[in-house]
Design a binder for this molecule. Structure first.
Ligand code: BMA
Length: 317
């Protein structure tokens, strides 16, 4: 497929995409996608969803000096034993937030008996991982921890879906200790007629800017070929992140190439990370078709501007 005018886009996809694929892992890994990513010890580090044909997903680390060529560990992460109250059968979509010298990972903890909940695990060295909590009721995922406390409380975005009447939107919750969570309120929901009309959920760890918290989120539309996952941006109030300051009308990343259109689940681009470089370039390592990982880069200022941009083709009253 010939992409439409890639030069004018906010995000530029790397010409060597996908930069990490199942073939880079030891045999048995069939799909590698949706990593958390961060800079650690002067290198780029990804914690990847690694799935076997048999379905369960484990987390697997990959490291890179230049952010483009990656080497994978020889074995999956030594994940802590499940919480006795919630037996994990499967883990996925880790988001890594650094606070002080700790890396706090919020992920989807799924169990046949207990449904999908948010799990929290922390590490300081990416060798030993310590369980903090199972931090939600059944029916929640896409948990993302802000990089600093607001009004002395930890803050997270999440996506409750336990109630069939829920509109599958993004919420915010607060905690004094990463164990007890509350003060929950909705942030934003799907928008009828747009690319995010079915569901929206948090993506990357929010980036602090002068204009607000920049959040890269995923939006889903239901189409004739099934669900399509794209990425968009919004700005949230620095002191009250439930208040949306601006939200892009257009998606900033969407599936278009073969590796994004077909795979374990086709028509998906999905991010759990955004790395801000010193020169204010933002790198994201995005899952493509739940199968492999692409790299895309944007200028931080352009992402903030995109939050305010209107789509010229929408008919307005
Ligand atoms: C979401 C999550 C993601 C996945 C996406 C598309 O609900 O499960 O891990 O990438 O669906 O399949």
């Amino acid at each position: 497929m010939i992409p439409n005018n890639p030069d004018s886009r906010v995000f530029k996809k790397h010409p060597l995409n996908p930069v990490l694929a199942p073939g880079n892992f030891p045999p048995g890994v069939m799909y590698a996608f949706n990593p958390g990513a961060i800079k650690f010890n002067g290198e780029y580090l990804m914690m990847v969803d690694a799935a076997t044909e048999a379905q369960p997903i484990v987390f697997w680390l990959a490291r890179s000096r230049d952010g483009v060529s990656w080497r994978t560990d020889s074995a999956p992460v030594n994940w802590p034993a499940p919480d006795p109250a919630h037996r994990e059968d499967c883990v996925y979509d880790p988001r890594i937030t650094k606070i002080g010298n700790e890396y706090i990972i919020i992920y989807a903890s799924s169990s046949e008996a207990g449904g999908v909940r948010l799990g929290i695990v922390k590490t300081i060295d990416f060798k030993t991982f310590t369980r903090v909590s199972i931090a939600s009721e059944q029916g929640n995922r896409n948990g993302v921890l802000f990089p600093e406390k607001i009004n002395s409380l930890y803050v997270r975005l999440d996506r409750p879906f336990g109630d069939p009447n829920d509109t599958c939107g993004m919420w915010v919750s607060y905690s004094p200790d990463l164990v007890f969570w509350g003060k929950s309120e909705p942030v934003m929901g799907p928008r009828s007629g747009l690319w995010d009309s079915l569901k929206v959920g948090a993506g990357a760890v929010p980036i602090k800017t002068d204009q607000g918290w920049l959040e890269l989120y995923h939006g889903v539309a239901s189409t004739g070929v099934g669900m399509v996952y794209r990425l968009g941006v919004c700005l949230l109030d620095l002191q009250n992140p439930a208040r949306v300051i601006a939200r892009s009308e257009d998606a900033v990343l969407w599936p278009e190439h073969d590796y994004e259109l077909t795979g374990r689940v086709g028509n998906v681009v999905f991010t759990c990370n955004a790395i801000v470089e010193d020169d204010k370039t933002v790198k994201i390592y995005y899952g493509a078709s739940d199968t492999c990982i692409g790299l895309a880069e944007a200028r931080l200022d352009d992402l903030v501007d995109a939050c305010f941009r209107k789509n010229p083709f929408i008919l307005r009253a």
